[in-house]
Design a protein around this ligand. Structure first.
Ligand code: 3PG
Length: 215
């Protein structure tokens, strides 16, 4: 898949690239590039850097400029301003913990594909009304886990989900084996202590193990 050009990505491309989208929290700009290289070396190139620290946008910018084999996106996008800042920093996609029309419109205006977060049937219907068929199920374990996705596969047969929140190597296959799950999201690939120690080999190993999870 030609995702390394600057052509706009689709949400489907974002979700289909690997079994796991790493949910990343960075507090140190110096960690961004070696971490992204480690994830790419382990077979994971769609990287969600969350807007949860003052350094997040600079980290996105550094990865976009210096790690051409990665495709960096912004997570925790909660406002139109977040979407604009993420696009300016070089993000290619956005992930939001919930969905509002303002965030959807801002992402379209910025050329960012969006995985909107949903946790209820009404939220799915709202996102579908605006044309979204690839959705993040958040917080997945807390909101009903695999059983919830099985229940949704009836009425929402035309939606694919990326469950995120409480997903671990121990339960990822319970999600990935479901026909309405395209991939999962999780923070376990980039542990805070591995970042603090500069343990890029550990992050590469975690990425390799995650990329080998069968869908
Ligand atoms: C988040 O937004 O923090 C993600 O859902 C990650 O959740 P996790 O830490 O449970 O993987």
């Amino acid at each position: 898949m030609a995702v390394n050009s600057n052509a706009p990505l689709t949400a489907r491309q974002v979700m289909q690239d690997a079994s796991v989208i790493p949910v990343i929290v960075l507090h140190d700009l110096a960690h961004a590039v070696p971490m992204a290289r480690a994830l790419v070396a382990g077979g994971i190139r769609m990287l969600e850097v969350t807007l949860r620290s003052p350094q997040a946008l600079a980290c996105i910018e550094a990865i976009a400029k210096e790690v051409p084999d990665a495709v960096v996106g912004a997570g925790t996008v909660r406002s139109a301003a977040d979407a604009a800042a993420a696009a300016k920093a070089g993000a290619r996609f956005a992930v939001s913990p919930g969905y509002t029309r303002a965030v959807g419109q801002a992402c379209r205006d910025q050329g960012l594909s969006l995985l909107p977060g949903v946790a209820t049937g009404s939220e799915i219907m709202m996102a579908q009304e605006d044309g979204y068929t690839e959705l993040k199920f958040f917080p997945a374990m807390q909101a009903g886990g695999p059983a919830m996705l099985k229940a949704w596969s009836g009425p929402f047969f035309d939606v694919k989900f990326c469950p995120t929140g409480g997903v671990t190597p121990g339960n990822a296959l319970d999600f990935l084996s479901l026909p309405n799950v395209a991939c999962v999201g999780g923070s376990w690939l980039v542990p805070a202590e591995a970042l603090a120690q500069g343990d890029w080999a550990r992050i590469e190993t975690l990425a390799r193990e995650a990329s080998q999870l069968a869908r």
